[in-house]
Design a protein around this ligand. Structure first.
Ligand code: SF4
Length: 435
């Protein structure tokens, strides 16, 4: 997900780090070092998006993935996104365009410097798995103009009715087999080894099992994890370059053990201030975080004892706790199901059901929607989600607005006021129910 310098995302506080975090830091440093050597070593580079990424296929062909959303959020955490966005707006991209796109375009126009300070390699292939967000298409159209490399698109049908039909699965499998793999083989200069693909999918499944155990630990009181602010670190390897690798298996095994130890000690997650959280409120969150003020945003909750027991953003690259696993015995079918099942590809009713399940499963006191200006994939329909969830669960929702990587849309005082009022309301409600 990020890099050595970018490891800031892993350790926002500079506080004591778990061993798994150190491991992730090293994995990222190695990954970015491999990217910086890619051209001289003749390794091919594939740009692809987080939801619906096919990294097992990329890895099986010995190519390296680059994920533009990750570069954008990294730039934001390193306070560079405002400059990049200004660059993109100067080049004619409207204020309304998704700020991930503008940040990426601005970064590219400023030398494409990655999180470790070295330039990122240009793509040899743009692999577009289209999982529900129209912006993905426009984004890669722009990159195609800049890089003039081949592009292959996997069209993933929208899950309008909340089910994956055989026809949908077959439609995606046919494209992977007949279009995506041949295009990738041509760029890689080699044939796909099905044994290697299956080996990687088996590794994916093992890591996914451990990640699910980490998510489910939040049933415990106090929750040993923060499933939103802490959760974005946990999804780093599996949503990006490392799924299907031994490194990811080792990382998730270690993370799971650390979390299980915290359960035994009855300890909450480490806050950005470096201390274990004291759990007063259990919240579920819908919507991506703000990356430009990530620590400030987190502290607004952690200092009040609000622990995020679950979130939808941490499911954006795979709904493993809903039962999905990559399957080495059904390689292309499970890759297709993975793409079909990404959060961005789910309908509003399916998202509401998912949130309702999380609120009930993790016994949340409330749920919070962070509506980000940039992302229509997430933000459209969120007020309807709010009303419907309150009706179904009786649990009160809160609503705040910010952005992903454009700092102009992070109104600190306004957000803090709303968070405080919301938590006070939860407290008053609790006192009333006890009286
Ligand atoms: S609109 Fe949302 S889902 Fe689409 S590219 Fe931007 S951040 Fe990603």
């Amino acid at each position: 997900m990020n890099a050595a310098a970018a490891v800031q995302i892993l350790h926002p506080s500079g506080a004591a780090k778990d061993h798994s975090q150190q491991r992730q830091k090293q994995m990222l440093a190695d990954y970015f070092a491999a990217l910086s050597r890619a051209k001289e070593e003749g390794r091919k580079v594939v740009y692809t998006f987080v939801p619906g990424n096919l990294v097992e296929l990329i890895g099986a062909l010995d190519m390296l993935p680059v994920l533009p959303e990750i570069n954008a959020l990294q730039s934001a955490m390193r306070k560079r996104s405002a400059g990049y966005i200004a660059e993109a707006e100067k080049a004619g991209h409207s204020e309304d365009v998704c700020s991930y796109v503008k940040c990426d375009i601005g970064m590219m126009k400023s030398g494409n410097i990655g999180p470790t300070g070295s330039p990122l390699p240009e793509p040899d292939l743009l692999l577009l798995s289209y999982t529900g967000c129209f912006t993905f298409m426009k984004w890669f159209e722009l990159l195609k103009q800049e890089y003039r490399c081949p592009i292959v698109m996997l069209h993933v049908p929208y899950q309008a009715s909340g089910v994956i039909t055989d026809e949908m699965r077959r439609y995606v499998v046919d494209q992977i087999r007949d279009q995506v793999v041949p295009a990738m083989e041509q760029v890689a200069g080699r044939k796909l080894d099905p044994v290697e693909l299956r080996r990687r999918l088996a590794l994916s499944r093992r890591a996914e099992d451990d990640l699910v155990a980490v998510w489910e630990s939040a049933r415990h009181r106090p929750s040993p994890i923060d499933g939103y602010f802490g959760g974005v670190y946990y999804i780093g390897p599996i949503f990006s370059a490392f799924r299907g690798t031994e490194d990811a298996v080792a990382y998730y095994r270690e993370l799971r053990e650390e979390v299980e130890e915290r359960v035994v000690r009855n300890e909450g997650p480490v806050t950005p201030d470096g201390t274990p959280a004291i759990e007063r409120y259990r919240l579920v969150v819908e919507g991506p975080p703000n990356w430009t003020h990530f620590n400030d945003f987190w502290r607004m909750f952690s200092r009040e004892g609000a622990v995020m027991v679950s979130s939808t953003y941490t499911r954006v690259g795979g709904l493993y706790d809903a039962g999905f696993r990559h399957d080495p015995d059904r390689p292309l079918e499970s890759l297709a199901e993975y793409c079909l099942g990404c959060y961005t590809n789910l309908s509003l009713p399916a998202r509401i059901e998912l949130l309702e399940r999380h609120i009930r499963t993790y016994q949340a006191d409330g749920f919070l929607i962070n509506s980000v200006k940039s992302c229509n994939s997430f933000s459209a329909g969120q007020l309807l989600i709010l009303r419907e969830l309150e009706k179904r669960t009786g649990v009160p929702g809160g609503f705040i607005e910010s952005d992903l990587v454009d700092p102009r849309y992070f109104g600190r005082a306004n957000i803090e006021n709303r968070v405080q009022s919301y938590l006070q309301m939860l407290q008053a409600r609790r006192e009333r129910s006890v009286a």
